[in-house]
Ligand binder design. Structure first.
Ligand code: FES
Length: 169
């Protein structure tokens, strides 16, 4: 077992101490563990299954059923493409495809360098700005494929600026 896996197990056990072993606690436990770890690793789900005395596949089914749970570690920056009705009508899926292509990952994944993660959301109430992408919790409006490149370029420039600042310190 790697150090990271051991760490996950320990942190999960620590959280489980605050809960009873009733099955009704499954979702609150998953939320708490994800809040701490940023996602739900396999080791955490196994610990939870053992604690609640339920098959691991039941935990996995719940995690994959609800959109709020993540199976992969988050990136440093989160990209959430809205696929609510208004955004869908304005090309939300085309925007999602553009993000997938540019980041070279699928929805629900993070880039190998863990710089970005990509996911979808339901309507966030900014329909007049459709198609919307939520970038690090900030809704960006009219995000069409060309704007995807612009947003990524801004991140790149910021990274370069920070690295130059670091060189001069
Ligand atoms: S449908 Fe995207 S913000 Fe409402």
């Amino acid at each position: 077992m790697t150090e990271e896996q051991t760490n996950v197990e320990q942190q999960t056990k620590q959280i489980l101490k605050r809960f009873g072993s009733g099955k009704k606690n499954l979702i609150p436990i998953l939320q708490r563990v994800q809040g701490k770890l940023g996602y739900l690793p396999r080791e955490a789900m196994l610990e939870i299954a053992e604690f609640l005395d339920i098959p691991a596949v039941d935990v996995y089914s719940v995690v994959t059923f609800y959109n709020q749970f993540r199976l992969n570690p988050p990136g440093k920056h989160s990209i959430r493409v809205c696929l609510g009705t208004a955004c869908h009508m304005k090309g939300g899926y085309i925007t999602l495809d553009a993000w997938k292509r540019r980041l070279d990952i699928d929805s629900g994944q993070a880039t190998p360098d863990r710089e970005f993660d990509l996911d979808t959301v339901a309507c966030i109430g900014c329909c007049v700005m459709a198609p919307v992408t939520v970038v690090d919790d900030k809704p960006e409006g009219k995000v069409e494929p060309t704007r995807v490149d612009g947003i990524l370029l801004a991140f790149e420039q910021e990274r370069e600026r920070k690295s130059k600042e670091g060189q001069w310190k």
